[in-house]
Unconditional design. Structure first.
Lengths: 282, 666
């Protein structure tokens, strides 16, 4: 007989979980490994059948839950995500690249061939798309974990909630709410810093403002993100290119941020011309 | 020097020389108190634990403007010229996170007992004291009040300090909550260049002041202190004309400025979280990987988040930012008066300073509800005429969970189950039709569920699976145990319909809370005239309690009619919306009391049709759905005009609701 304390999931089979990546830095996958103690407990309850950063086991599915890192930036990736989606029950994008395109989506504003020929001696060997786009532009996405990288706390909460069969507690509110609960003094109001906190989704625990710097929006736009409203305020004492630069980071290609960037002359810097090179020969 | 006594040489007040300020801190500490007071941190004044007078913001003042705050050094020896802290005292009286429940070893849910420190608040301003009082009145109200807040306020001694400077964002004179320190302090200080005048207000304050060994303050000192605060008052002026503001604001729910503000407002929650009276919270659920143990905590929330207006099935009462801003501003300056009999704003100006885009409520209020505008029609009664239940309600400890057993589970439709619960809890057994219970399971959110039958030894709950929490509940089986809190809410006023006719109008799952009304009306059938029951459902397969309704149809002392939105080959009955069942009926409604439950739009349509049949709005009762997170009017989620739906409702007459019933986004 079941009682209220009987875990529901013991009646189910162990969920098959995969972790895959596309164009990304692997940092979000590493967050999974950073769960350390919890990782072993999670591994006890699920079958991790695909996770390149952690195991040499390979699988083509099926997956009950598939965590997808990275954006789609080659024709091959565009095909692969469609196959993976077909083999997956719950597809979860992790990180700014997968949910919004990532920093590499800045190339979406640039001349792809010009950049490619500057970077590679033989660009004809490189198969890449003119754009780096979020997973949701290609297939249906069931859940998102935001951030660059994702938050270990949110990842733990997501996995725990899935195993417990409850709704994950991933509030869609501004970073400001976390700042105020933490008692962090607002860097925008006190120091006049550029802070994207009001238009950015919480989940990081107000990490940057707690260290005295403005939020750079790595969790991407929250619901009802009023990018234009914030930009109007910032434009009082900043140039349009400074405003565009603030939004032109990891989630630049997300529509609310993209609109601000476009309204302020596109991503600043000579992206359309020859790419600026850092280093001795720059 | 004489010690251990206040010497009232010339005045009733004592004088504490500046160099003796540490003796006040020592006396508070000897009283077993942690001292919370102002200090400079991260470029602003915040309130936190003070260990030494050197922690105080000596020689600092703050310069504020919409969206701007800067600290400036004055070179003065004064410690309390900083204006206001960023943080409010609610951080300590109503903290950002408070544990609520844990799962006990039996898997049942139990409330966490408050564990609070003994503290002294040092440096509370007139407006802040007013705010503490407003929050305390709200959070002490209800069946038992908010246990954590009550414990924290009882454990706090308040040392207020009169304002000697004002900031450009101050407007406490308009809200009549300052700058002078009014009721609620234990000790009141006023800072002069060479020390402090000291007034002990309460016996607890006298005990502390008695230990300071102060001489009496001279008339000149008391006069100088009074002059300082009077100068602050005149400096602030009267920046927001509040005369008639509540009524003026109430009259303009459709003002175009709401949409215009929404273009500037970022809905970032800063204004609400720095507001010293905003008290709204949400419940966050956590669990371990097994899902067997869980905990809930109460977290500061804001009416500016999308989640705040969300209810079952991902419906939302305030999807637009314009709705959220209007909700906040009208609550602060208008419906707060109706609800609590006081202002909801104390004029501290924090919402102006800490708005990251510098929205100034004073400016917005003057634009939306200009002084001298025609007095508004009042869409809801100024004093809520509550207490329509002559049958006294059982007293319920709102924090107490009762373990009940599931004795039966019956599937009603594809997504709806009725659970039969057995209990001998006297409060639960004294539930009344229309009341609801909060149902907890480990590691799940705690949803409000209306009671669908009251039996001599138990209750029925009818649950529609609209999310994980209700899905888990709907999977309950005989032998399971659940944790229940309640019964909560105001019941249907069935007694008020004695001697008249009854119309019961149900849509979909809305039949569940009306089923106990039908039960009671049938038990007391001789007390009523005609009894008419109108039931709508989406499709024939979505009909609830089918066998029971069929049984009722056979009775000659009832009229029972059903209709579905979409029929099908197997449906021989009527197709359409529920109001079609009675819009052309032969009866007239002068003596009819109507009980209506269903989706919002269905209830609005039913109320209109009932009104056209002559049923008075005072006799047309509806039950509202809201996000009832605490169930007892303490979390703020279900605030609607002058009401908390969970406590003052969920049953309301259409007359009580006025236009809150029909304005979109309220």
């Amino acid at each position: 007989m079941l009682t209220a304390s009987t875990p529901l999931q013991i009646t189910r089979r162990r969920p098959r979980i995969g972790v895959v990546k596309f164009a990304s830095c692997d940092g979000c996958q590493l967050t999974l490994l950073d769960l350390e103690d919890d990782l072993l407990a999670i591994a006890d309850r699920v079958d991790i059948v695909e996770f390149a950063e952690a195991t040499s086991k390979r699988s083509s599915g099926p997956f009950d839950i598939l965590f997808v890192e990275g954006s789609i930036s080659t024709p091959e990736q565009a095909d692969e995500i469609v196959h993976l989606r077909a083999a997956t029950t719950t597809l979860v994008t992790i990180g700014a690249c997968a949910t919004a395109g990532g920093i590499q989506a800045l190339r979406n504003w640039a001349d792809h061939d010009a950049v490619r020929s500057l970077v590679y001696p033989h660009p004809e060997y490189v198969e890449s798309l003119a754009t780096a786009t979020p997973i949701a532009d290609h297939v249906a996405v069931d859940a998102e974990l935001r951030g660059c990288p994702i938050s270990p706390d949110q990842l733990r909460e997501f996995v725990t909630a899935v195993l417990a069969g409850r709704r994950a507690n991933l509030p869609d509110e501004a970073v400001c709410a976390e700042c105020k609960r933490r008692g962090v003094v607002c860097v925008a109001v006190v120091d006049g810093m550029t802070c994207l906190g009001p238009v950015t989704r919480s989940g990081c625990g107000a990490l940057c403002p707690a260290y005295g710097r403005g939020c750079y929006g790595c969790f991407g736009p929250r619901e009802a993100a009023n990018g234009a409203g914030l930009a109007t305020w910032l434009e009082r004492d900043r140039s349009p290119s400074d405003v565009a630069r603030a939004f032109a980071l990891f989630d630049a290609w997300s529509p609310p941020f993209r609109r601000v960037i476009d309204a302020n002359g596109g991503p600043p810097g000579p992206i359309d011309g020859p790419a600026r090179r850092e280093g001795p020969d720059a | 020097m004489t010690t251990n006594a206040i010497l009232p040489t010339e005045t009733e007040q004592a004088f504490l020389p500046r160099e003796r300020l540490p003796s006040l801190l020592e006396a508070l500490r000897r009283d077993g108190r942690t001292i919370i007071g102002p200090m400079v941190r991260e470029g602003a004044v915040v309130y936190d634990e003070i260990r030494d007078t050197s922690d105080l913001p000596i020689g600092w003042r703050s310069d504020t403007a919409p969206g701007r705050y800067r600290l400036e050094e004055t070179g003065s020896a004064r410690a309390f010229d900083y204006g206001l802290g960023v943080s409010t005292w609610k951080r300590f009286a109503h903290p950002p996170r408070v544990p609520l429940t844990t799962t006990d070893p039996d898997g049942m849910v139990a409330a966490v007992e408050p564990d609070v420190p003994r503290v002294a608040y040092l440096g509370v301003r007139g407006c802040e004291l007013a705010a503490l009082g407003i929050q305390e009145r709200i959070l002490r109200a209800g069946p038992a009040g908010d246990a954590d807040h009550v414990a924290r306020r009882d454990a706090a001694l308040v040392v207020a300090v009169e304002c000697a400077v004002a900031m450009s964002t101050c407007f406490c004179t308009s809200t009549e909550t300052g700058p002078e320190v009014a009721d609620g302090a234990d000790i009141v200080l006023a800072e002069l260049d060479d020390g402090f005048t000291v007034r002990a207000i309460t016996p607890a304050g006298e005990r502390i002041v008695g230990q300071l060994g102060c001489n009496g303050a001279t008339r000149a000192q008391v006069g100088a202190a009074a002059h300082q605060v009077a100068a602050v008052r005149s400096w602030i002026g009267y920046p927001l004309p509040t005369d008639g503001l509540a009524e003026r604001l109430r009259a303009v729910p459709d003002h175009p400025r709401w949409d215009e503000i929404a273009e500037r407002c970022l809905a970032c929650t800063n204004c609400t979280l720095v507001c010293p009276t905003c008290f709204c919270t949400s419940v966050a659920v956590s669990s371990d990987l097994d899902g067997t143990t869980g905990a809930t905590e109460r977290v500061w929330d804001s009416c500016f988040t999308l989640g705040f207006g969300r209810v079952a099935g991902d419906a939302n009462f305030r999807p637009r930012v314009a709705d959220r801003y209007r909700q906040w501003l009208t609550h602060k300056f208008s419906s707060w008066w109706d609800q609590f009999g006081s202002t909801g704003c104390v004029g501290c100006g924090r919402c102006i300073t800490w708005c990251p885009v510098g929205i100034d409520v004073r400016e917005e209020l003057i634009a939306i509800a200009p002084p001298g505008a025609a007095p508004a029609p009042i869409p809801w009664p100024p004093a809520p005429p509550l207490g329509h239940a002559p049958t006294p309600l059982a007293t319920v400890d709102p924090a107490r969970y009762v373990a009940v057993g599931v004795s039966g589970a019956r599937r009603e439709t594809a997504d709806t189950m009725t659970l039969a619960l057995e209990t001998d809890d006297p409060a639960l057994l004294a539930s009344r039709p229309g009341q609801f219970v909060m149902v907890a399971r480990p590691a799940q959110a705690v949803p409000p569920i209306s009671i669908s039958r009251i039996r001599p030894a138990g209750l029925d709950l009818t649950i529609r699976d609209v999310g994980p929490a209700t899905a888990a509940l709907a999977q309950s089986q005989p032998g399971d145990r659940l944790s229940l809190r309640g019964p909560l809410g105001r019941p249907w006023p069935i007694d008020g319909a004695f001697g008249g006719d009854i119309a019961i109008v149900a849509g979909g799952i809305g039949l569940a809370p009306l089923r106990p009304v039908i039960d009671e009306v049938l038990r007391e059938r001789h007390r009523f005239g005609a009894v008419r029951i109108y039931v709508g459902a989406r499709t024939p397969r979505d009909r609830l309690f089918v066998a029971e309704l069929t049984g009722l149809r056979g009775r000659i002392d009832l009229e029972v009619e059903e209709i579905v939105d979409r029929g099908g080959p197997e449906w021989l009955g009527r197709v359409g919306v529920v109001t079609q069942l009675f819009e052309h009926a032969a009866w007239t409604g002068e003596h009819t009391t109507a009980f209506v439950c269903g989706p919002d739009r269905m209830m609005q349509a039913a109320a209109r049709t009932l009104a056209s049949r002559g049923v008075a709005p005072e006799r047309t009762w509806v039950t509202l759905e809201r996000n009832m997170a605490c169930g007892v009017g303490l979390c703020g989620h279900c605030q609607l005009g002058p009401y908390f739906v969970c406590r003052d409702g969920p049953v309301f007459s259409v007359a009580e609701l006025g236009d809150t019933f029909t304005v979109e986004g309220r």
